[in-house]
Ligand binder design. Structure first.
Ligand code: DDH
Length: 287
């Protein structure tokens, strides 16, 4: 198609719904984790975007700078090569889409396909050509730290306390891996279904410190199968965070609505969209 472009042959405009459907088609894999690449794709979209700093207007999903060193090797990004690599065949099939758009679209597709809310998404990101624009290490949250740290990290992205709590509800999905973060286990019993279960587990289980050689984490007293990091527990121990988590535990629809708004905002941080561009709605494949 580079040849076609050079020859002035008009190209078929990119249909983002086709890209969405292709991502939806690669999510399930019985041999990977809990049977889906969905959670790790959500984490890729989040870590690509959450490096945004509103004071310097640097970082964020534009550029897809995580393809380059040093960001590829930042400790917080351990394991995300899995997510980047599974998207490569889609990038080959739809070469017109930027990596930066593809990664964020894939995060939206994963949320929606796992039963989450519709997340309006906008194309328009471009790819950096080197690691020169990589954000410095340390802009993503550290799970060993508490509420003061979470607020510092998310306030610099431009989020408030309500949005922080909505966003961390994504921990209904996926799990911790000892060879990535050092932590171990899932937060919920249905880690490939998007729900408000992170909040119901956080509030309803009795959490006890896990006895093991790994980093400090908590286990549900009844079964020991579920986990919370010290950072997760701060959403229980901080009064403002707790009251918001309580609302989301009681009202799944409110959580879906607020998560959709906050996740859409996250994926757009720092992106210079062309004037007049509007978000689009990508349809779930089961709709
Ligand atoms: Fe997270 N997250 N996250 N997280 N996250 C981990 C996994 C996943 C923190 C720490 C960890 C968000 C916020 C926070 C997802 C989505 C989101 C892991 C385990 C750690 C540790 C990684 C591993 O070992 O594989 C901390 C700290 C915060 C915080 O301070 C609030 C947010 C905002 C999101 C989001 O998507 C909006 C997802 C999904 C996973 C599961 C990944 C997987 O492979 O499974």
């Amino acid at each position: 198609s580079d040849l076609q472009k050079a020859a002035g042959v008009p190209q078929k405009p990119l249909d983002y719904q086709e890209v969405y459907n292709a991502v939806a088609g690669l999510l399930d894999n019985d041999n990977y984790d809990d049977g889906s690449y969905g959670p790790v794709l959500v984490r890729l979209a989040w870590h690509a975007s959450g490096t945004y700093d509103k004071h310097s207007n640097t970082g964020g999903s534009n550029g897809a700078t995580m393809r380059f060193e040093p960001e590829a090797s930042h400790g917080a990004n351990a394991g995300l090569a899995v997510a980047r690599n599974i998207l490569e065949p889609i990038k080959k099939k739809f070469p017109q889409i930027s990596y930066a758009d593809l990664w964020t679209l894939a995060g939206v597709a994963a949320v929606q396909e796992m039963g989450g809310p519709i997340v309006p998404w906008r194309p328009g990101r471009t790819d950096a050509t080197s690691g020169a624009a990589c954000p410095p290490e340390g802009r993503l949250p550290d799970a060993s730290q508490g509420q003061k740290h979470s607020r510092e990290i998310f306030y610099k992205m431009g989020f408030n306390d309500q949005e922080i709590v909505a966003l961390v509800g994504a921990h209904a999905l996926g799990r911790c891996h000892t060879d990535r973060s050092g932590y171990d286990g899932p937060w919920t019993r249905a880690p490939t279904t998007f729900s408000n279960d992170y909040f119901t587990r956080l509030l309803e289980e009795k959490w006890v410190e896990k006895k093991w050689d790994g980093p400090k984490q908590f286990a549900d007293k009844a079964t020991g199968d579920l986990m919370m990091t010290p950072n997760d527990m701060s959403f229980y121990n901080d009064r403002t965070f707790y009251l918001q988590a309580y609302k989301y535990a009681k009202d799944g629809d409110l959580f879906f609505k607020d998560f959709s708004a906050a996740f859409a905002k996250l994926l757009e941080l720092g992106v210079p969209f062309p004037e007049g561009s509007k978000p689009i709605v990508l349809k779930p494949t089961n709709a």
